[in-house]
Design a protein. Structure first.
Length: 175
């Protein structure tokens, strides 16, 4: 088998017994790196330390991962102006928080015969909030509902992520 030292240099092709003796003398583990290679490749390493470093790297990657929630707002096609402004404020708050927003227009009875009313309402909402978000899924009729998904713009999402991180550090310092 081909033996590689802890520092990464090749020690050549050794018999398994000889490789195990070298590992024992250096107080290291013998780990098979490439079993399918010809000859198989083994490496001298401290396996406990290696597992610990892998776990730390995995935790660091998970910390950097961003969780994006999908919030939902439901509207009716014949919504009043003030109610529309209120719902628009909610959508704005969600987008500023870095979340995606699923906007649903619920049609009742014969309202479904006029889907253009719902689409016009969704387009108006998207145009009003174009500085904060972009349309991820175009308005689409799904049974008695028309659905559109808005996603925060990259700069808005980044700003929200930074403010979340600052709040997290602030909470940690208070403990």
């Amino acid at each position: 088998m081909r033996l590689i030292s802890a520092s990464g240099e090749q020690l050549g092709i050794k018999h398994i017994r000889e490789a195990m003796d070298i590992a024992e003398r250096q107080d290291l583990d013998l780990v098979e790196v490439a079993p399918n290679a010809n000859p198989p490749v083994v490496r001298l390493m401290d396996y406990g330390k290696y597992k610990y470093q892998k776990e730390q790297a995995r935790k660091a990657a998970r910390k950097k991962q961003v969780n994006i929630n999908v919030r939902e707002i439901k509207l009716r096609p014949k919504i009043g102006d003030h109610d529309f402004e209120t719902k628009k404020g909610h959508v704005e708050r969600f987008l500023r928080g870095g979340d995606k927003v699923k906007v649903t227009i619920m049609f009742r009875g014969r309202e479904v015969q006029h889907p253009e009313l719902g689409e016009r309402l969704l387009r108006r909402l998207a145009d009003d909030l174009s500085d904060l978000g972009r349309i991820e899924n175009q308005p689409k009729l799904d049974g008695r509902n028309m659905v559109m998904v808005l996603a925060p713009r990259k700069d808005v999402a980044k700003e929200a992520q930074e403010s979340r991180a600052a709040r997290g550090k602030e909470k940690a310092s208070r403990r």
